[in-house]
Design a protein around this ligand. Structure first.
Ligand code: UDP
Length: 319
């Protein structure tokens, strides 16, 4: 067995900040399934307690309600996944100052904590670091086009600063850091009211309400199913790759108008599509170039959008 595989299989003590959130709750479940000891830390500002509650009786699971803008509790772990931050535009725009503090002060606290116990850190960065991109699809070497004073800045500039902190801790302290740039992700455990396009369209269509298309609906996104994404996060964390960022997402691109029609047909729903103003700084195109992830992690997503949407629709139907 290779060294990589051996170290991957060994049980570890793992901290997941933001473990009560959409991505965090799936990651926590995967790590528990792999027999690791998991500590989930979340301030529940945008996470959902009901996602961790069923795990409280699990012998290898601990939940701590805390905020990473305060120093982390003293303990020793092998790995830290830093997923703590409001992440949907609606959530971070409701809490802009808390969001940037979480991504700057919180990131520094997570890195200090990891440095104190020599843990490996995986930072959940984002495609938002590319802003409204001039090159397409987005490759990791692209430096981005971000408005520093707009309504998305608390998140995208916050995540850019977090990447800077990660790189400096890696260089200055030789800390083992990984940076995942996560593109749009969807699936069960999204909040019905998170304001994201997939949860909005599905819930509007299920309830027979108007489907709200912002702008002319020509803007594109590329949606990765949650199970594919968390597999990529774990592969990156356990790789020997350095702190240079790695895109994780599904390169299959779709316009918001096509997405609305796909969801309407899958349900099926006779909701009407109505047009609303495009929010400020809404990126016109977004699609990951995942050549790097394929090469260094042998990872690529396998879930087709229709199949993933069907799973998500059935989750919301049964809520
Ligand atoms: N969007 C939309 N209707 C909605 C919610 C979002 O047309 O009810 C659009 C939004 O303007 C953006 C895309 O869908 O172009 C994705 O939005 P989301 O908030 O999910 O995430 P983003 O990729 O913008 O961070």
């Amino acid at each position: 067995m290779s060294n990589w595989r051996r170290s991957f299989l060994k049980n570890k003590k793992i901290l997941v900040t933001g473990g009560a959130g959409f991505i965090g709750s799936h990651l926590v479940r995967l790590l528990l399934k792999q027999n690791h000891e998991v500590i989930c830390l979340d301030n529940l500002i945008s996470g959902q307690y009901q996602l961790v509650e069923p795990l409280l009786t699990h012998p290898h699971f601990t939940f701590i309600e805390a905020d990473i803008t305060h120093p982390l509790p003293s303990m020793s772990v092998d790995q830290v996944y830093n997923l703590a931050s409001p992440a949907s535009p609606k959530d971070y725009q409701k809490n802009p100052i808390a969001t940037i503090k979480t991504n700057v002060i919180g990131m520094a606290n997570v890195l200090d904590f990891a440095n104190s116990c020599s843990a490996t850190v995986l930072q959940a960065s984002t495609s938002e670091v590319y802003g409204d991109p001039e090159i397409h699809p987005q490759v990791e070497s692209y430096l981005g086009r971000v408005n520093p004073i707009g309504i998305r800045s608390c998140y995208d500039e916050g995540k850019r600063s977090a990447e800077t902190l990660c790189s400096d801790y890696a260089r200055q302290f030789n800390l083992d850091v990984k940076i995942a740039r996560i593109f749009n992700t969807y699936g069960p455990h999204m909040r019905r009211d998170d304001g994201r396009v997939v949860s909005n369209f599905i819930n509007q269509a299920l309830l027979g309400e108007n489907i709200t298309l912002y702008g002319n609906g020509e803007q594109t996104r590329s949606f990765c199913y949650i199970e594919d994404l968390v597999t990529g996060l774990v592969a990156l964390m356990n790789s020997t790759h350095d702190y240079s960022p790695v895109n994780l997402g599904n390169p299959s691109e779709i316009s918001m108008r096509e997405l609305a029609l796909m969801i309407k047909n899958l349900i099926p729903s006779d909701s009407s599509i109505i047009y609303k103003a495009l929010p400020q700084d809404d990126p016109s195109r977004r699609c990951p170039d995942i050549t790097k992830a394929k090469k260094i992690l042998s990872w690529s997503p396998t879930t087709d959008l229709r199949d993933g949407l069907a799973q998500t629709i059935s989750y919301f139907k049964n809520l």
